[in-house]
Design a binder for this molecule. Structure first.
Ligand code: AMP
Ligand code: ZN
Length: 468
């Protein structure tokens, strides 16, 4: 697969460290609010990437965190803990909020056919591990205690800005919203690993640590969860583009300082979904959710298709007009697949050739839109019989996850129900005829069913039937 790498800023051949095995990490949601469809754009693209890698023959192991502590209202270590803010808003405890929005997130994922990663780890479940890694960072001279907090010393790492390619002044204090200068820091770009004091005194979740009772910073959680569950070498790390700085930049600094070698080879970032020209964001409260789309009559998979029709590296503007078009397109596509006849044998060579075409097409920087075009071309291909077309559509759906045979299956189920009712009625009529010793009618019914491809058999348990 060829895939754009934020680290090298080029489309690189994707080569896993470990032969066929890919270790993949995804930054999970901060569970203080419903995920909006912008967040879910990132998770849809990451899901397609994982499924495509499996489709191309790799064995993928994927981990994701659930941020239930330490993510402050500003990414630059200031402001209130987002979880606490959510708890206050809803008059609940932080853990109640975390559980509720974690469940809501996975329910949205289910509706959008986003597969749950095998490994899902709430940050609050492995605080001991954060403490252990921070202790090592202090021992190695990469971290220091100053005032109430423990900081990472960014001057100790080479090329701190390698992921962004930006220089310090463009990104630091004063240019980002909400950022205040912290006089305890040795360098402007240092960041907090462990807080023991916050100006928001009612921080709900706190743990004992060698530096006092407190709570971890947000960045350390992803480094620790990834290293603990996926090992020292990560093949691919995913997230939305807003995570590039400071979050992923800090993850690289910490992880490589701890490990003493390069950590992650490939960085995959999804561009934002915008609404009226600006990024959809939970913090503004002005968000669209899967439930809102459902309440307006959209199948969540229409939104999945909306995302797959654009490239993950291009910003995507949300609009109901475009969503309506996609809704139409999606319905027609399902109908077209439902109309394929149950005829002929699947041609294995043609199926393999189309599988390879999909690998080549989508495998160039995850070009899902071209994958969908290929699906349409395939449906038009006169060389293919219907059985082969259906098999190829099912094959592509392993990656697209659009439930392409949904309508077909519904129609088949409806046909099955009608058939069952008809045959059972005929069997009852035949039973009554036999009872009345009207064997001519009983035989005629058997023949009528046989003419429709139904074979009946009298057993001790009664009459059974099957489609011939
Ligand atoms: P959060 O729950 O805020 O931690 O974000 C969860 C994921 O959604 C992260 O990977 C973010 O980078 C991503 N994200 C946030 N806003 C958007 C957006 N408007 N469009 C696409 N992805 C986003
Ligand atoms: Zn993360």
């Amino acid at each position: 697969m060829q895939l754009y790498n934020t680290q090298t800023k080029t489309i690189d051949e994707f080569v896993p460290v470990n032969g066929n095995r890919i270790n993949m990490y995804t930054c999970g949601p901060t569970v203080y609010h419903f995920a909006h469809i912008g967040n879910l754009r990132s998770y849809i693209c990451e899901d397609v990437l994982e499924k495509f890698l499996r489709y191309a023959g790799y064995d993928v192991r994927r981990a994701m965190n659930i941020t239930d502590v330490g993510h402050l209202t500003s990414d630059a270590d200031t402001g209130e803990d987002k979880m606490l803010k959510g708890a206050k808003r809803e008059h609940k405890t932080v853990m109640q909020i975390a559980q509720f929005y974690t469940d809501a997130f996975f329910e949205d994922c289910r509706k959008l056919n986003i597969k749950k990663p095998e490994i899902v780890v709430p940050a609050t479940s492995i605080v001991d591990e954060f403490i252990r890694v921070i202790e090592v960072l202090i021992e190695k001279g990469y971290a220091y205690k100053a005032g109430p907090n423990v900081y990472f010393d960014t001057s100790k790492v080479e090329n701190y800005y390698s992921l962004t390619g930006h220089d310090e002044d463009r990104l630091m204090v004063g240019v980002r919203d909400d950022v205040e200068e912290d006089t305890n820091k040795r360098n402007k770009s240092d960041f907090v690993l462990w807080f023991t004091q916050s100006k928001f005194e009612d921080q709900a979740l706190k743990w004992d640590s060698p530096w006092g009772v407190g709570y971890p910073g947000w960045h350390i959680e992803c480094s620790c969860i990834s290293m603990k569950y996926l090992g020292e070498y990560l093949d691919i790390h995913c997230g939305g583009v807003d995570n590039i700085f400071p979050h992923h930049t800090n993850e690289i600094a910490q992880s490589e300082a701890y490990l003493g070698h390069k950590w992650c080879r490939h960085w995959f970032h999804v561009q934002h979904l915008n609404d009226n020209g600006s990024k959809m964001a939970k913090s503004t409260g002005n968000i669209l959710t899967v439930s809102v789309l459902e309440s307006k009559g959209y199948d969540p998979l229409v939104y999945r298709m909306f995302c797959l029709l654009s490239h993950y590296r291009k910003p995507l503007e949300f609009s109901y007009d475009v969503l309506d078009n996609v809704k139409n397109t999606y319905q027609k596509l399902l109908q077209r697949i439902a109309n394929l006849k149950e005829e002929g044998e699947v041609n294995a060579d043609q199926l393999a050739a189309y599988h390879q075409k999909f690998v080549d097409t989508v495998g160039y920087d995850l070009n899902t839109a071209s994958g969908i075009t290929l699906l349409y071309d395939m449906l038009k291909d006169e060389e293919l019989n219907d059985a082969t077309k259906l098999a190829i559509a099912e094959d592509y759906d392993k990656v697209l996850s659009l439930d392409l045979t949904k309508l077909r299956n519904q129609e088949e189920a409806a046909v099955d129900e009608d058939l069952k009712a008809y045959v059972e009625e005929k069997i009852a009529e035949r039973k009554a005829a036999k009872k009345a010793k009207d064997f001519a009618t009983a035989d005629a019914i058997r023949e009528e069913l046989a003419a429709k491809g139904i074979r009946i058999k009298d057993t001790r348990e009664g009459t059974i039937w099957e489609v011939m």
